[in-house]
Design a binder for this molecule. Structure first.
Ligand SMILES: [Zn+2]
Length: 359
C-alpha cells in the first residue's frame, strides 16, 4: 500500500488486490474488511470492480482507495506524481491533465453507487414529469395544506422546484413500466437534487397525513407501516441551486424542510444546501466556495456529525463554523423550531454567520 497525496491535498491509498481482506463480490462492487483502519466488524471498504476506485464507509477512516490491478493507468499516474523516480524507471507515463475545478475532477469523486437499469428509468421518468409535478403542487390542496402546516409558503417551494405526485396521476400514465416505477412516489412531495452525476430526486410521503397532524406524530404513524418517510433516486444529491450558482459562503443543513425553512426566514437560495443526511461529499464543492457554516440538527447525531464535518472541511482548507443549536424544548431541527417560535429560532445562525464575516 502506498499513500499518495494529490496536489489538492487529498489522500489516496494505492493498494493491490492481494491486500483486500476477505473480499466478497456484491454485484459491481467488492466489499472487504478495511485493512487501512483495521476493522474486522464490517466490510466497510467498497470498491467498484470496473473502475478500481473505492471508499471506506467507516466515518473515522473515510479512506479513498484505488486497486492498482483493476485500474493500472490511474494507479500508475498517481504513483508517478507521488514519486518521480518510478516514472524514470520506464512506466508508460501519462502526463497529468490540466487542473479542473474540484467538482469536475472525476478521479477525486467518491465512486457513486452504479445505478441499476430500473433506477435509471425511474430517474428519467421523474425528470420527464418534473414540470407536471411542479404544477401539481400548485393545484393540490392537500400538498399545499401540508406545506402551510410546516410553515413554508407555496412561493418558496415553487421557486426551489418542489413538486407533488398525486396518487391519481399514476393510472393516467400511458406506459405500464412508468406506472410501476412511480407507484412508490405516489402522495409524495418531490424535491429536485443536484449532483455531479446528474439530477436526482427525494420524496417525502404524505401517506396517512391529515391536516393539523404534526411532523412527529406523522413520523410515528409512518414508522408503523410499510411506507418509507423518505425515498431517493440513484443518483441522489443535494437539494440546492446548481453547483455553479452556489455562493462563496454556504450554510449546510440536513433536510429539505430545513433548507425551505431558512429560505422562508430570508436566506438566499444560493447559500443554503440540504445534504439529505449528515455526510458531505467535499469534492462536490465548487471552487468559489470558501466558507462553510454547519447548521445540522440539534440531536446527538447532528452534533457528532458537525464535529466530524468541521474537521474534514477544515483539513480541505475551508473556513468552518458550527452554528450552535440551543438545547431547549423548542425542537431539534430548523423546521420544528420555526413552526413553534418563528424568526427567533434563526438568531443563533445569524450570530454564527456574522462572526464568520468579521473573521
Ligand atoms: Zn477504513
Amino acid at each position: 500500500m502506498t499513500t499518495v497525496t494529490t496536489r489538492q491535498g487529498k489522500q489516496i491509498e494505492v493498494i493491490t488486490q492481494h491486500e483486500l481482506r476477505e473480499p466478497l463480490t456484491r454485484g459491481e462492487y467488492v466489499r472487504a474488511y478495511c485493512h487501512i483502519h483495521g476493522s474486522d466488524h464490517q466490510r466497510s471498504l467498497s470498491i467498484n470492480r470496473a473502475t478500481g476506485w473505492g471508499h471506506c464507509f467507516n466515518a473515522t477512516c473515510n479512506a479513498t482507495v484505488i486497486v492498482a490491478e483493476w485500474n493500472p493507468n490511474a494507479a500508475t499516474q498517481l504513483l508517478h506524481s507521488h514519486d518521480p523516480y518510478n516514472a524514470r524507471r520506464g512506466y508508460s507515463f501519462v502526463p497529468p491533465a490540466p487542473r479542473l475545478p474540484l467538482a469536475l475532477q472525476p478521479v477525486l469523486l467518491h465512486v457513486p453507487q452504479q445505478a441499476q437499469k430500473w433506477q435509471q428509468n425511474e430517474q428519467r421518468t421523474l425528470t420527464a414529469l418534473n414540470r407536471r409535478l411542479r404544477t401539481n403542487l400548485q393545484h393540490s390542496l392537500r400538498a399545499q395544506t401540508y406545506m402551510e402546516d410546516r410553515g413554508i409558503p407555496l412561493e418558496i417551494a415553487q421557486e426551489t422546484g418542489v413538486g407533488y405526485l398525486p396518487p391519481d396521476l399514476i393510472p393516467r400514465m400511458q406506459v405500464a413500466e412508468q406506472r410501476s416505477l412511480l407507484r412508490r412516489w405516489a402522495a409524495r412531495i418531490v424535491f429536485p437534487l443536484e449532483s455531479p452525476f446528474g439530477r436526482g430526486y427525494i420524496g417525502r410521503s404524505l401517506w396517512q397525513w391529515r391536516p393539523g397532524m404534526n411532523e412527529n406524530t406523522h413520523k410515528a404513524v409512518l414508522e408503523t407501516g410499510e411506507t418509507r418517510r423518505w425515498i431517493k433516486t440513484n443518483p441522489a444529491g443535494w437539494f440546492s441551486c446548481t453547483f455553479d450558482q452556489l455562493a462563496d459562503r454556504l450554510i449546510l443543513v440536513e433536510g429539505a424542510f430545513d433548507r425551505l425553512t431558512l429560505l422562508t426566514a430570508g436566506f438566499d437560495a444560493t447559500e443554503v444546501v440540504a445534504l439529505g443526511g449528515t455526510t458531505v461529499q467535499v469534492e462536490w464543492l465548487p471552487p468559489q466556495v470558501k466558507t462553510v457554516v454547519l447548521a445540522l440538527d440539534g440531536d446527538q447525531g447532528g452534533k457528532e456529525a458537525s464535529e466530524r464535518l468541521a474537521d474534514q472541511l477544515a483539513r480541505e482548507g475551508f473556513a468552518v463554523k458550527i452554528s450552535p443549536f440551543p438545547q431547549d424544548r423548542w425542537g431539534k431541527d430548523w423546521n420544528e423550531r420555526w413552526r413553534r417560535i418563528g424568526q427567533e429560532c434563526i438568531w443563533p445562525l445569524y450570530a454564527a454567520c456574522s462572526t464568520l464575516r468579521s473573521a
